[in-house]
Design a protein around this ligand. Structure first.
Ligand code: FAD
Ligand code: NAP
Length: 582
């Protein structure tokens, strides 16, 4: 019998139950899928490895964790009542508030009773005779379902770097993505933080407030823009709520799926003085929209150099010790790795007890019993925080034994990099859907919007299959190949494809180097998905049922059929539209 856990008592494994759909994961993706499928009358069950809903916001409880897409947009848009009744307290809500929101959504839409928590799906095998998925969990459950929906998250498989001597270290080792629920008190401790990505830059200033000494081990310096986070006033919230649907619609028309002022003019056509003024204004607004200062920043290296130099000058003006400031100055393409948004990150290095250690040329050699050794020097530590990120996009798929037709595993198929049609499904794995899967805008868009669009499309597809009695759906390999090729081609338009980021799997040795998300822009992608649906799921093959190429009955996807807003489409999106797809 599966053991009892903190949140779930011992329970008898479920054997033989059959569902219409099994959903793996109960973050925002799994929750919304569950809501939609239940609403359409499907028998759906979700399994969640964690003890509660919320996914990212359930696991990432490190100090300072918060969203970096403004809360009023980093939220579900499918329910006007929810939008109207929920009040975000800050411009960028803290983790605890986003988790409360996830719990509120679960209760409000009565999702909890269809989710089994503390249960990790370990295997999913397609039964070709019965045309269903056979699912196994780490608690001994063996169930089946017509559809298997992977809502496992793009950033959910923590990257535990196998540092030598890890077992020798006598103090606690934490990973930001698996933070203890009871919190950690670093008061009076000598703390080491490994990494300078988004999780590190959010947590470092707060850990520094508590620790007696903080040592940051930096492999690659990071570009980060101030959040200028603030409390939201009722007036501000009410102004948005007065016409929330308008903001949501504007967001959908944007390449990123969220709305912010964007200047399409090229940086290289401005004078240096004009550019400085423009960057300064954008810096004062802060956050990810800083990249919207000009239209060519991610496409022209010379333009990018201007914003990179502006950002380096900011670092030099904040950090008082010139050697530390230089070490903190990145020299790669600005925005190539995911841009960070911080509160007081660079100021932290002015504190006397904060030290920066460069591990770019001399990597961390080993953990010792009392610290971390680099280049022959031991840095004494009482606790270590690994802010080392995730096996992004495909890491959580790798941790499940997924077997499709002819006994072929997904791991085998994706060995050279993930292959999926529109990022929603992959040939040879019928009735398997992947929410924000590789090859879709996913992490390059505001993810909740990307999730909602995928779920609505998939739920419409499943309902259509029920309408016509189809047994299976899967992509035609030739269409999938063309899409993968297109995703790859479009990525080359952007400077983002040029550096060793987690977007290309380069943060973890041995992973294939493939630009995994679709960079052509959210609205262009949505239009493609809509066309595929309108053309009777073009590029997919369905088996069984009364199959014609007639227009499927669109139940949920309608709200994504917004006209393209050409004015604000990024050059990548324009390029994407020029590249013939299929
Ligand atoms: P997740 O939230 O990752 O949920 C996936 C769930 O699947 C997890 O709970 C996991 O336990 C479960 N799971 C995985 N494998 C299994 C299995 N085999 N069996 C059972 N359960 C399984 N995006 C933005 O757009 N804006 C932001 O501001 C933003 N901030 C972020 C901050 C942090 C710290 C991180 C890490 C990510 C952030 N993201 C942000 C991305 C974020 O992941 C998405 O916005 C969103 O929360 C993803 O939801 P999801 O449901 O797809 O995946
Ligand atoms: P990350 O961006 O991948 O950063 C990991 C850090 O660890 C990098 O600095 C990396 O250095 C370093 N690292 C990895 N292995 C190392 C090693 N062996 N030795 C030394 N350093 C090593 O991970 P993350 O910060 O968790 O963020 C991941 C993503 O989650 C973000 O990009 C973002 O999309 C999302 N996120 C968002 C927020 C937010 O603000 N809302 C907060 C956290 C996370 P290299 O750069 O050299 O690889």
């Amino acid at each position: 019998m599966p053991p009892a856990t903190q949140d779930q008592p011992q329970r008898v494994p479920e054997a033989g139950a059959a569902f219409d759909a099994i959903i793996v994961g109960a973050g925002f993706a799994g929750m919304y899928m569950l809501h939609r499928l239940r609403g359409l009358g499907f028998a759906a069950r979700a399994y969640e490895a964690g003890g509660g809903v919320g996914g990212t916001w359930y696991w990432n409880r490190y100090p300072g964790a918060r969203c970096d897409v403004e809360s009023m947009q980093y939220s579900f848009s499918f329910s006007e009542e929810l939008d109207q009744q929920w009040d975000w307290s800050e411009k960028y809500a803290p983790q605890s508030e986003i988790l409360s929101y996830a719990n509120h959504v679960a209760d409000r839409f009565d999702l909890r009773r269809h989710i089994l928590f503390d249960t990790r799906v370990t295997a999913a095998t397609f039964d070709e005779t019965a045309k269903c998925w056979r699912i196994e969990t780490d608690r001994g459950d063996k169930v089946s379902a017509k559809f298997c929906i992977m809502a496992v998250g793009c950033l959910s498989a923590a990257n535990h770097v196998p540092f030598e001597g890890r077992e020798d270290f006598q103090g606690p080792i934490y990973h930001t993505g698996e933070w203890p629920h009871e919190g950690v008190d670093f008061t009076g401790l000598r703390v080491g933080v490994i990494g300078t990505g988004s999780s590190a830059i959010q947590s470092i200033p707060i850990i520094a407030e508590q620790a007696s000494a903080l040592t940051v081990f930096q492999r690659t310096a990071t570009y980060t823009v101030p959040a200028w986070n603030e409390k939201l006033t009722p007036e501000y919230r009410n102004a948005i709520k007065a016409d929330y649907p308008a903001l949501r619609a504007k967001a959908r028309a944007r390449p990123t799926g969220f709305y912010f002022p964007f200047n399409m003019k090229p940086a290289l056509e401005a004078t240096p003085e004009q550019r400085t003024r423009q960057y300064e204004e954008a810096w004062q607004r802060g956050g990810l929209p800083f990249l919207g200062a000009y239209g060519d920043l991610l496409f022209e290296k010379a333009a990018n150099d201007t914003i990179a130099e502006f950002a380096r000058d900011k670092i030099r003006s904040i950090v008082r010790d010139p050697a530390t400031a230089e070490l903190l100055c990145p020299h790669n393409v600005f925005g190539c790795k995911r841009l960070c948004v911080d509160t007081g990150y660079f100021d932290t290095y002015n504190l006397p007890h904060v030290k920066l250690v460069d591990v770019s040329k001399t990597p961390i050699e080993r953990f010792t019993s009392g610290g971390i050794e680099v280049n022959g020097t031991e840095y004494p530590l009482d606790a270590i925080v690994c802010a080392t990120g995730f096996a992004a996009m495909t890491g959580s798929f790798d941790r499940i034994a997924i077997t499709g037709r002819d006994g072929r595993t997904l791991a085998e198929k994706w060995r050279g990099g993930p292959r999926a049609y529109l990022g929603v499904a992959t040939a040879g794995f019928p009735n398997l859907f992947t929410i924000t899967g590789p090859g879709s805008p996913s992490v390059l868009a505001s993810m909740i919007q990307a999730i909602e669009q995928h779920v609505d499309w998939m739920a419409d597809c499943m309902a259509h299959m029920r309408d016509i009695g189809a047994a299976t759906i899967e992509p035609v390999e030739a269409y999938e190949d063309d899409w993968v090729e297109h995703v790859n081609e479009v990525s080359k338009v952007s400077l983002r494809s040029t550096c060793s980021s987690w977007y290309v799997g380069a943060n973890i040795p041995g992973r294939p180097r493939v630009f995994m998300p679709y960079i052509g822009g959210f609205p262009v992608y949505v239009q493609k998905c809509n066309e595929v649906m309108t053309n009777g799921f073009e590029g997919f093959v369905m088996e069984g049922g009364d199959i014609g190429n007639e227009m499927p009955r669109v139940r949920l996807t309608e709200r994504w059929r917004v006209p393209l807003d050409i004015e604000v489409i990024s050059p990548a999106a324009v390029a994407a539209r020029r590249v013939p797809v299929v």
